[in-house]
Design a protein around this ligand. Structure first.
Ligand SMILES: Cc1cc2nc3c(=O)[nH]c(=O)nc-3n(C[C@H](O)[C@H](O)[C@H](O)COP(=O)(O)OP(=O)(O)OC[C@H]3O[C@@H](n4cnc5c(N)ncnc54)[C@H](O)[C@@H]3O)c2cc1C
Ligand code: FES
Ligand code: FES
Length: 1219
């Protein structure tokens, strides 16, 4: 697609985990005579599988130049596109849904977006925009109307969403038709047998069963591939090579569905989506007692991957989450080779080892029969517990089936099947045998639990870790089954909860625009992100979308696989022999310590290779053989403290007399906690294209960076040329979040060096490389001692924070107190709040007041936190909520609710910015400033400011890009201060121009803008934050220019048996001063909140004890998905809170709301406290962040957890360690 200029489909992970690459496939199915449209992940779809298939990409449905499709228009107008990198994928998921169902329900939308991620928006605006297609729209309109909004103009989001007329109508009859030539080919073709030969693999697509059996006989090692969602990952990430691939998609027998007397037989190439549709229909038509198994399979399918995967994937994987339910149900499999067939049951003899089954090499699976449940007395349930509910591989899956002797509660037959408790799916036979003949009651339960605890054991070092949790889950899930069956036996309701819809109500409050303001003055109005439309159509250009230069080369990095080691030898010979590799390009140079041969983290860049294509470069990089002598790594903060491995200086702040405070205190509480690190997970990975200009050492770079000037200076240094020879250009980034502030330079510098040596060179890191190389936010370990009065008033606080700064200092000093040096990758912004434990014990009583001074001696003025607090308390109806939660908790034993309200105060401090404004004689304005656009809407706000100062409509103003040859020596776009700084510089430049225009205006007061600007005008603007400067030693001076404030109140519900939690409600009140653009600011608040939600409840970076990062992509590292947003999310911007320290009385907004998500963490802790109280446990307890399902379950101590005690620390090597 790239080579034909279709760059709209984005690559965010290459492993099916982010949905950025979603496209729609359409094909005519001859055996059903049906036309199918379905969303898939392009990154996993083999080109060979697309024979007779029409592919629709985001460009195919609309464009800014032509006409936007309503799906594109609505996401843009609803502010659902910030950086835009995820947008084409989301657009295509929605489009595919509408092609199949023009009036979907909310639940259909939930399902359609299970496979899409967005890191910027927090998802709410996307859902708001797309709700307009659903049948709940009427309800939604009613909801919004109940909230006041004083913006009654066409830029108001309320207006957009209430007034259907604002959107182009959606007419499903006008969609692109299936290409007639494909239709006639599909219908007419007799033989569809295909063979594609590549240099490493042959793809054989036979069209008869006999043919595939003959081929399998001939090539017993051939892999059968249908969806490629398993094999594709093996080839890409595990370097597997399969010389022969057999694709059975055209074989009728493998695609058929047959209803028999015993059940439904699915051909082995039937997709999971198809299986789901057939089973759903069966459930609707058959008597309930026959469909127990079907319901259990459907429950597993609901949480199996995302829609794009289910649309292509099939069930026959040896590690599938479906296997436990197939095993518990006794599904029958028909296996065949060219000499005949046999039928085997999926029981515990089916799996012979990890990823191995009884299938012989020459056999294939032809079909699987899912049986009806035969008796009224049979009950079947299936369970899946994963770190994230949506689109995640399970930690433990289970399926259980019980049959009772008719008319009794005596167990006649019982099958308990578990996945995730051994190398294969297993049956808990011993437990089942013991329970046969017993009555379904408390005694059976106790026997089951103690036997299961003995039978379902795990080695403490088992891959995947979470040993105690996994063992406890086997009991907890059985208990759930026990209760379910008990209820059914009592002929009561099924226990599984009805499917929940998220965000049905998500109001937010904007600020009022003063009456009488001109419609042309867009400042303070919720104007749409200026690139949103282009982003929604795929026309927005990102770094890697720049067309290929002739002869361009691709660079691949060679990195260390050891955390701490000495390099003994490097063998490049195999790499150099590979096709496409540029001779003598395989070169090495240690980036952080060139003089030694030591590597200090996994991912340490030690060399690079360039080749003619990405594939060739990556193959060559993998072919380089490096021998290491391993040295002892320092991996965890505790190891670093023990080894006194600290970066200097170690900083201390003391204010007042803590000892005296502790003496006055009625109570002293001491404790410690750990906050895990976080991957920034911008959807667009790091990318650079370097183009030598051929003269005077000039080099032009296109880089996805927040820091153009830093990139320029480091490249100039590396090339040995003055900075004036290097131009760095940044059009936009697909997200940054601080992760592209400084770490981008490790790539851009290497690429520039290669380009300088050869010709244009490009590199866009794969997701796994990006996560490995560029580091993330710091993990923190904190020890606290707090003294407080009976009233709760804090008298003294002594806190030590240790951050894991990784193997190089980078920006760590700005974030940390103690920065430990370890052999993990370096760390970088966004700054993580370090005051988690403080707010746990103290609330309103200890809030700052106007005039208070901070620990670093800064007086707080223009203080609004108390207003935010009171408003949040009232908007969230805190008191009523608290009472309702207490009641709920008294009435429910195994689910508990929790509530927490948390304030935040965030200092804004960055220094200088510049701007350049050209006014052309046709009246158009080209605006350039020092900030970069990464989705945060900076360019939009800058245009709004220029529009206000110049007094012209924003449509006359254009921003093309950020570049070092227009605005030099800029600060990185970071620390949330870019609107303040660049906005002031833009204002300055525009005011200069307005001054120059004054004589022309005076001369022709009735003239138009175009009349006045008939001369050429250009001006530079500059801004420097006044009076900043802080001295740590004397604890004096101003650290921050001002503070942003906000408060959030969250309510959650936890499942005490599994540790899963649901975010029920969050109310946020945020002070953004006089908002420059309320829609963008609300988007920032929600996006930051959701990122914080990931930090505090979901995202876990796992490191092995030897310092190897084990979580390197969306498959293993889970950022929040659509389903994680609170069911009710209310965001209000504080009114009447002008800030005299920033442009047009506004305030910074990017990072400050991130910490507000800790309200969810503390609400979870509150709910856990209620669960512990049920077990008779009172008092403080330690809960580290993130509050993952594992931590929640382990903290809810009960009789099940007691049966699964953890192994003695130190007696085993864990799979992963807390760094
Ligand atoms: C983003 C993502 C999310 C995922 N989520 C889940 C999840 O939630 N739960 C889960 O269990 N898995 C999950 N998976 C793994 C994968 O999707 C499943 O294992 C799926 O069942 C594989 O189907 P496929 O057709 O794509 O497999 P392919 O890659 O095409 O092949 C799958 C395997 O089955 C074998 N096979 C297929 N058909 C036959 C046949 N007829 N005879 C013999 N062997 C055959 C193949 O040789 C291969 O070993 C996920 C994968 C991705 C990429
Ligand atoms: S790039 Fe295909 S799913 Fe992420
Ligand atoms: S807008 Fe979704 S990832 Fe940036």
């Amino acid at each position: 697609m790239f080579s034909v200029g279709l760059t709209g489909t984005k690559l965010g992970c290459a492993e099916g985990g982010c949905g950025a690459c979603t496209v729609m496939l359409s094909r005519f199915q001859t055996h059903t005579q049906q036309l199918l449209h379905y969303a898939v992940n392009a990154c996993l779809a083999p080109l060979c599988s697309l024979h007779l298939v029409a592919v629709t990409t985001v460009e195919g449905i609309g464009s800014v130049a032509r006409k936007l499709h309503p799906v594109q228009e609505r996401i843009a107008k609803a502010h659902g596109s910030q950086c835009g990198f995820c947008t084409p994928g989301i657009v295509m998921s929605m489009y595919a849904l509408l092609r199949n169902n023009p009036t979907p329900k909310m639940a259909d939308m939930e399902e359609a977006f299970q496979g899409n991620l967005c890191r910027c928006t927090g998802y709410r605006p996307i859902l708001e925009g797309y709700k307009t297609f659903t049948v709940v729209r009427q309800i939604y309109k009613h909801t919004v109307k109940t909230h006041s909004c004083q913006n009654t103009h066409s830029h108001c989001i309320f207006f957009f969403l209430q007034d259907g007329g604002y959107f182009a109508p959606f007419d499903p009859t006008q969609e692109v038709i299936f290409p007639p030539e494909l239709m006639s080919l599909s219908k007419g073709q007799r033989s569809r047998s295909l063979c594609f030969r590549g240099d490493r693999a042959t793809w054989l697509q036979p069209d008869t069963l006999e043919e595939i059996l003959r081929l399998k006989w001939k090539h017993p090692d051939a892999r059968v591939v249908v969806g490629n969602t398993e094999v594709g990952i093996e080839v890409k990430f595990k370097n597997m090579v399969y010389p022969v691939i057999l694709a059975p998609s055209f074989i009728p027998e493998l695609n058929s569905v047959t209803h028999t007397e015993d059940g439904v037989v699915f051909g082995a190439a039937c997709t999971l989506s198809h299986m789901g549709a057939v089973l759903r229909q069966a459930v609707e038509t058959l008597p309930p007692h026959q469909t127990e198994v079907f319901l259990a399979v459907l429950e597993q399918l609901r949480w199996f991957a995302g829609q794009q995967i289910r649309n292509v994937a099939v069930s026959p994987s040896p590690i599938s989450d479906l296997n436990p339910v197939f095993m518990a149900a006794g599904c029958k499999l028909t296996l065949m080779d060219k000499d005949g067939s046999r039928v085997v049951q999926m029981d515990d003899s089916f799996f012979t080892g990890y990823r191995r089954t009884v299938l012989r090499p020459q056999e294939i699976l032809v079909s699987i029969e899912i049986p009806y449940s035969q008796k009224v007395e049979t009950f079947v349930s299936a369970f899946k517990q994963s770190p994230r509910r949506e689109d995640d591989i399970s930690i433990v899956t289970a399926a259980m089936s019980v049959t009772f002797t008719p008319g009794s509660n005596v167990v006649e037959d019982l099958r308990l099947s578990y996945g995730g408790m051994a190398a294969t799916t297993v049956l808990a036979k011993r437990t089942a045998n013991r329970l046969r003949g017993r009555c379904w009651g408390e005694e059976l339960l106790q026997e089951a639990c103690s036997t299961l605890a003995e039978e379902m054991t795990l080695d403490p070092s088992v891959p995947g870790g979470m040993v105690t949790y996994r063992r406890t889950l086997t009991l907890s899930l059985f208990y759930k089954f026990y209760l379910t069956v008990l209820q059914k036996l009592r002929q009561q309701m099924f226990l599984i909860k009805p499917k929940g819809s998220y965000s049905v109500i998500s109001p937010f409050l904007l600020q009022a625009v003063p009456k009488g303001r001109s419609q042309d003055d867009v400042l303070g109005r919720p104007m749409m992100h200026l690139s949103a439309m282009k982003q929604a159509t795929g026309e927005a250009v990102y770094c890697d979308d720049v067309p290929l230069y002739e002869n361009e080369l691709y660079l691949s990095l060679i990195t260390s696989s050891k955390a701490h080691a000495r390099i003994i030898s490097v063998d490049t010979s195999a790499a150099e022999r590979l096709p496409g590799v540029v001779c003598d390009s395989v070169s090495f140079r240690l980036m952080t310590c060139p003089s030694s041969l030591q590597v200090t983290c996994v991912g340490h860049i030690i060399g690079a290779v360039v080749a003619d294509t990405q594939l060739h470069a990556q193959r060559a990089a993998k072919a380089v053989k490096i021998q290491y002598e391993e040295l002892q790594p320092v991996v965890t903060i505790q190891e670093a403290i023990a080894a006194q491995s600290f970066y200097q200086p170690i900083r201390t702040i003391q204010k007042g007399d803590p000892e005296a405070g502790f003496k006055q205190a009625d109570h002293v509480l001491e404790g410690e906690m750990h906050i895990g690190g976080q991957e920034h997970f911008y959807l667009e990975t790091n990318a650079t294209l370097a183009v030598p200009r051929g003269e005077d050492g000039e080099m032009e770079l296109f880089v996805s960076t927040q820091s153009a000037s830093k990139t320029q200076s480091l490249v100039a240094k590396a090339l040995g040329v003055p900075a004036n020879r290097v131009v760095v250009r940044v059009k936009r980034m697909g997200g940054g979040f601080g992760g592209k502030e400084s770490r981008t330079t490790v790539l851009s510098t290497v690429v520039a060096v290669a380009a300088n040596k050869y010709r244009p060179v490009r590199c866009m890191l794969d997701r796994d490389e990006d996560m490995l190389i560029t580091g993330g936010r710091h993990p923190f370990y904190g020890k606290y001692k707090v003294g407080f009065l009976n009233s709760g008033k804090v008298m003294a606080l002594d806190v030590s924070y240790y951050s894991n700064a990784g193997n190089s200092m980078d920006l760590s000093l700005s974030v940390s107190i103690f920065t430990t040096e370890t052999h993990t990758t370096w760390r970088t912004f966004v700054a993580k709040p370090i005051s988690v434990s403080i707010f746990l014990q103290v609330r309103r009583l200890n809030l700052y007041m106007e005039g208070d001074s901070t620990p670093y001696n800064q007086i707080l003025d223009q203080f609004t936190l108390d207003r935010c607090w009171d408003e949040c308390l009232s908007r969230s109806e805190y008191q009523q909520r608290r009472a309702a939660i207490d009641l709920y908790n008294r009435q429910n034993r195994w689910t508990k609710r929790g509530l927490a309200i948390v304030p935040t105060k965030f200092g804004i401090s960055f220094t200088a910015a510049g701007a350049l404004v050209h006014i052309y004689t046709d009246g158009s304005v080209l605006l350039t400033h020092g900030g970069t656009e990464m989705g945060q809407g900076l360019h939009t706000k800058m245009v709004q400011i220029a529009s206000r100062v110049l007094g012209i409509p924003y449509s006359k103003i254009h921003i093309s890009e950020t570049s070092t040859n227009t605005v030099p020596n800029t600060s990185p776009t970071a620390a949330s201060a870019s609107s303040d700084l660049n906005g002031a510089a833009v204002q300055n430049a525009c005011e200069i121009l307005m001054k120059r225009l004054e004589p022309y205006k005076n001369k022709n007061p009735k003239g138009s803008w175009e009349d006045w600007v008939s001369i050429s005008l250009s001006a530079n603007g500059f801004y420097k934050t006044p009076d900043l400067g802080y001295d740590f030693d004397s604890n004096s001076g101003r650290v921050f220019n001002y503070f942003s404030y906000g408060v959030a109140c969250s309510e959650v519900e936890i499942d005490c048996l599994t540790g899963a939690h649901k975010n029920l409600s969050t109310t946020i009140v945020m002070d953004v001063g006089h908002s420059l653009n309320p829609a963008i600011d609300i988007g920032q608040v929600e996006g930051a909140f959701m990122q914080g939600l990931g930090l505090f409840t979901l995202e876990e970076l796992h490191y092995s004890p030897r310092g190897v990062l084990l979580t390197r992509g969306p498959g293993s590292y889970k950022i929040p998905a659509f389903g994680d947003i609170p069911t009710t999310l209310t965001v209000s911007l504080l009114r009447d809170a002008p800030n005299d320290k920033a442009i047009f009385a506004s305030k910074a907004v990017g990072e400050p709301p991130l910490f507000l998500a800790s309200s969810v963490f503390f609400a979870i802790k509150d709910a856990i406290s209620a669960a512990r109280a049920e077990s008779g446990i009172k008092g403080p307890f330690r809960l580290d962040s993130p509050a993952s399902a594992e931590r929640i379950r382990n903290a809810c101590t009960d009789r099940f957890t007691k049966l699964c005690p953890p192994a003695e620390p130190g007696s085993f090597t864990p799979w992963s360690v807390q760094v």
